[in-house]
Design a protein around this ligand. Structure first.
Ligand code: ATP
Length: 453
């Protein structure tokens, strides 16, 4: 079953991302580089918040996971052993009418006839395998001997470093190695904004275990990952778990779940949680001739551990968060009349800016000074944004659009001019409910820290 698509909503999201500096086309002033994207000032914050939270949940909060950060340039032997050199490819065909290169499984079908999604043509070449890896050369000689690849996934460096990390971390099974980093795939048809890019980031965990624990841990990790999405504001109703059937999984996998999200362009994979058995470690042991076994000191037996891999895309998750958060509703302007507003209902923990700080008037020195004091008070704990220009309603609107969950306004009551009892209090406004509460300045760090953690 696929979700209904909404091209107009997607267009608005792409346009907001550009207008407010979340995501730009890469090399835009030169016409753009297809399949590559640059994150602007707000996009980079959102992306970092996601990666930091993943790291916190998957590494820091656990005793059984350690991290690593591997090289992008990869020895060809690694990717030969893993099967990528031979088999990491998609079936490609060409449209004879418009000459487009197309992924054979992405043709549109109308009345049982396959058509080119670009021109509607029906005349295609035979399908041929197209390897998705980017090849490069290391060093001065550009020949066979100097080939290296940009890694197509972060996972392989984890497998290749398994023994070193096992030794230094002194972990016992089950335990995991986590990594966040760039991966590169020469996708035949990059599309749907950042969803299918040629350069992207992955957040991967390889969780090693004894063979008999594999199926149970596959279920465990699927559930953990679903909780994670809930905790970053992606509603369960828009997520779907696809139990990849026999025959469609990689041949070595005993079970794979795809966690899918209802994007405006349809239901698509966000993350794969795969039980990869002992395939990767066995392949590298065989090809390298180095032991990648685990020695159980209690039973004195040696085994090649099995592995469960939750593998998520940073860019796809950022996009899902933005799609989930995008809303249009109404809010009162400074005169109390209702106006339409765009609001990003990002989870406070993910929002690029946590709190905006507004002096009511920019030409009142005492208001401005107080506002700057509050900026200094909050800055050690969170990303804040100071804004003194325009009517308050307009300033709120600008923050709503980028998902800032809280706004603090410093007014004459803060100065104690109307009621001395209100001295050193401010209004704290909530983005979603638009409700305002009066709170003491000194309580702000505690109140806000609690809500953004
Ligand atoms: P797809 O079927 O969509 O090509 P995949 O099954 O090949 O994806 P995996 O190899 O399982 O993807 O990679 C794990 C995760 O990495 C994916 O769930 C996705 O979030 C991310 N990812 C993979 N390819 C891309 C890409 N081209 N652009 C952005 N993210 C990607």
């Amino acid at each position: 079953m696929s979700a209904p698509t909404d091209a107009q909503r997607m267009e608005k999201i792409v346009s907001l991302c550009k207008r407010r500096g979340f995501i730009f086309q890469s090399s835009e002033i030169y016409g753009g580089l297809n399949g590559a994207w640059d994150y602007g000032p707000l996009g980079v914050e959102l992306k970092r918040n996601l990666k930091n939270y993943w790291w916190r949940i998957m590494v820091h909060d656990r005793d059984d996971v350690v991290g690593m950060d591997g090289a992008i340039l990869t020895h060809p032997a690694v990717l030969k052993a893993s099967g990528h050199v031979e088999g990491f490819s998609d079936p490609m065909i060409d449209c004879r009418t418009c000459k487009a290169h197309l992924r054979a499984d992405q043709l549109v079908e109308k009345k049982g006839v396959k058509q080119c999604p670009n021109c509607g043509g029906k005349d295609f070449t035979e399908a041929r395998q197209f390897n998705l890896m980017f090849e490069t050369h290391v060093g001065a000689a550009a020949d066979e001997s100097s080939i290296a690849y940009l890694r197509p996934e972060t996972a392989q460096s984890i497998f290749v470093q398994f023994k070193n990390i096992l030794e230094v971390s002194r972990k016992k099974l089950p335990f995991g190695i986590a990594q966040i980093g760039k991966a590169f795939r020469n996708e035949i048809n990059p599309r749907n904004f950042t969803f299918r890019s040629r350069e992207f980031e992955q957040m991967e965990l390889e969780y090693f275990c004894r063979p008999e624990q594999g199926m149970e841990l596959l279920e465990y990790w699927k559930e953990e990952r679903l909780k994670f999405y809930d905790n970053i504001g992606i509603s369960r109703a828009n997520l779907h778990v696809l139990n990849v059937p026999d025959g469609e999984r990689a041949f070595y996998s005993k079970g794979t779940y795809d966690i899918e999200y209802d994007f405006p362009f349809g239901r698509q994979e966000l993350e794969g949680v795969a039980y990869r058995t002992d395939y990767d470690l066995s392949q590298h042991q065989k090809a390298s001739g180095k032991s990648l076994e685990y020695f159980n000191e209690e039973t004195k037996e040696r085994i090649i551990p099995h592995v469960i891999e939750p593998s998520a895309g940073v860019d796809r998750t950022v996009l899902a968060m933005i799609c989930e958060a995008y809303a249009e509703d109404e809010a009162p302007n400074d005169k109390g009349a209702m106006e339409s507003r765009i609001v990003l209902r990002l989870h406070p923990r993910m929002a690029p800016v946590k709190c905006a700080i507004f002096p009511l008037l920019k030409n009142k020195e005492a208001l401005v000074a107080k506002a700057k004091e509050i900026v200094a008070l909050l800055r050690p704990d969170m990303a804040v944004f100071y804004d003194e220009t325009g009517a308050i309603g307009r300033r709120y609107r600008r923050q709503d659009e980028i998902g800032t969950p809280f706004g603090v306004t410093i007014d004459f009551e803060t100065l104690g001019e109307k009621d001395p009892g209100l001295r050193d209090t401010v209004t704290l406004r909530d983005r979603d409910s638009m409700k305002q509460e009066r709170v003491a300045i000194q309580d702000l760090p505690v109140i806000l820290r609690e809500r953004i953690r």
